[in-house]
Design a protein. Sequence first.
Length: 409
Amino acid sequence: MMDNATTSAFAAPHDRCEGKLNLIGLDLSELTVVLSAQGLEKFRARQVWSWIYCRGVREFRLMTTLAKPIREMLAAHFTLERPTVSLYQQSEDGTQKWLVKMTDSHEVECVHIPEQDRGALCVSSQVGCTMTCRFCHTGTQRLVRNLSASEIVAQVMLARDYLKDWPEPGQDKDVRTGGKPGYNDEDDSTRALTNIVMMGMGEPLYNYENVSKALRIIMNSEGIAIGKRRITLSTSGVVPMIKRCGEELGVNLAISLHAVTDELRDQIVPLNRKYPIKELLQACRDYPGVSNARRITFEYIMLKGINDSVADAKQLMRLLRDIPAKINLIPFNPWPSAPFECSEWSTIVKFSDILNAGGYASPIRTPRGRDIMAACGQLKSASQKLSAVDRAEIDRLIAEKEAAQGLKS
Ligand code: SAH
Ligand code: SF4
């Protein structure tokens, strides 16, 4: 019999459903320990792992390579339950959004953005965000907690369920290699979900332990198998964690830069008061594995009259001159009571032309899913949307959060 200490060592309290431990989010060695506590041999853990992450089964009775009594034992002690979906929306452009409710009723949003030959899932790392970037709806959310590794991986599982993106036998490696089931990271022509962007709600580097554990599970080539080159982690600039992220995970890095002077960045990305632009850019230069073939993406939100001048564009190029960089211009996505407007389209194009002439690829990010409030920076759980539309209240909240983080200048 497994004692509670064995299971609680690996999981947050909300990773239980009706007293049963959710196996989603355990890494293979933890799964092995948990199952061996139930008397199962090591190779059984690999079999269960494969059913969970290659096939996406949601019920133990479907794990047909296991004897019936083992399946019954698993069902008695464990669960593969996905979080509940409180709201599901589909945009006219094909973008899908799930408002995902965790077992403790906290909610996060998760967005699938399909493209011609691929599809990215925008995954949340926290309920809300402790950062208070002035242009971001998530930053105005009162409630904040870290998501567990289980809850992060579960977003991918759930999206795959909805997208019917689990391979059928015969559609995957079974055929191509005669080997193990599941997708193959090199050949994903049949997948709906090929890329992961950690750009949903929350600051992933403020929940590094859980994010890194979840990403390792997602990257595991014997499971979901989305490789590090297909994963991008976006940060507002938690400098001390950037190196670790590169060394341990090796995923693509995106930096939410948004301003070219500390004076402005201090205001719109308050974390800058702790880690100013110079330190942030040095961490980028030092990012393990960065090269011209693997550039860092700098995200730059276009705010009318704030950061969108010709001088800003030129200064941006000067700042990035010795960093293998690409620049992503993001038209500001509005939300109720937001204190900014999006730059004029002609201004964005002009800004982009200057960068292009300076040798930077600087695509303008087409907003996706705006009609369902699924675009960058619009995410905020529905229950909170109703309450926090008052600007004064938002300002009060931001002041509170900044004080809590010691960011008040
Ligand atoms: N916390 C991380 C990742 C989530 S935000 C970060 O800040 O990088 C993902 C991206 O959306 C960031 O570049 C963020 O600055 C941007 N963003 C936030 N609010 C936005 C808005 N209203 N319109 C457009 N982009 C926004
Ligand atoms: Fe948090 Fe990113 Fe939004 Fe800033 S932009 S408040 S770091 S989610």
